[in-house]
Write a protein that binds this ligand. Structure first.
Ligand SMILES: [Zn+2]
Ligand SMILES: [Zn+2]
Length: 259
């Protein structure tokens, strides 16, 4: 049997619109040396519990941006971490986000005070420039980020795994060359696909837009996620595959991909 090199689980493939079929955005990346979450929408901690993991099992958290559908479970995560058995674990959480996160975090602390504040050193912030490519070692990964076309503080992430394989997360975005460059020849490209063809909204993608980025970047496998309810019952594969002829996956909640 091959040694375990990594596993990606989609905890939530929806948006901020409550849905019985899709939880809000969050992905769980499990590697031999660390477990990471990418985004943390409302209900993500419950989704994490559904795969039998607790807050103390997580080593790293990456936030693409601060819209509530991607960040709302941060305060509950910090609060759950204050639960005495969790605190007693001594776990350190590494959090990577754009520099704008600092103000967001200070305001959360103003609001919740000691309910969410962890002892010094237990929450380590790795804040990243929001206007350019930035690369840094993060846990057992090489982590690159670039601004993407959504909000002023939105980042796409490129993770180079210890195996050498690469995994890119678009976060929420519109078409932009910055994302094409970030996703360059990535093995897996997890890309938002908010709306079906013909119903595009500014700051988001439709299947053909996601496919265009995947084609221009020359990625291996394209995985679409972040589906608004308007996507239900629509043909997403057709318009996307006319742009990108490689392997294409529509993510579902709790779907797992071996990396
Ligand atoms: Zn979103
Ligand atoms: Zn957003």
């Amino acid at each position: 049997m091959n040694p375990f090199t990594g596993r990606l689980t989609f905890l939530g493939t929806g948006t901020g619109v409550p849905s019985k079929d899709r939880a809000s955005p969050a992905c769980l990346l499990e590697l031999p040396a660390a477990r990471l979450l990418i985004d943390l929408g409302p209900g993500s901690l419950r989704q994490l519990a559904r795969v039998s993991l607790a807050v103390t099992d997580i080593d790293g958290l990456l936030l693409t941006h601060l819209h509530p559908d991607h960040s709302a479970d941060l305060a509950p995560l910090l609060f759950a971490g204050k639960y005495p058995p969790s605190m007693a674990s001594g776990k350190i959480l590494h959090l990577a986000a754009g520099e704008g996160f600092r103000v967001f975090y200070e305001k959360l602390k103003d609001l919740y005070g000691s309910w969410i504040e962890w002892p010094p050193g237990r929450l380590q912030l790795h804040l990243r420039p929001q206007d350019r490519l930035f690369e840094q070692e993060f846990l057992s990964l090489h982590l690159a980020s670039r601004p993407v076309a959504h909000t002023k503080v939105s980042l796409g992430f490129r993770l180079t795994l210890p195996s050498g394989k690469t995994l890119v997360f678009s976060g929420d975005t519109d078409y932009c060359t910055s994302l094409v460059e970030l996703a360059d020849r990535a093995d897996w490209f997890v890309c938002e696909c908010s709306f079906p063809e013909g119903r595009k909204m500014e700051g988001h993608l439709t299947p053909s837009g996601a496919g265009r980025i995947a084609r221009e970047a020359g990625v291996g496998t394209l995985i679409l996620t972040h589906f608004y309810p308007e996507c239900a019952g629509q043909d997403l594969l057709g318009p996307c595959s006319r742009e990108f002829d490689g392997p294409l996956v529509l993510a579902e909640d709790l779907m797992t991909i071996l990396l």
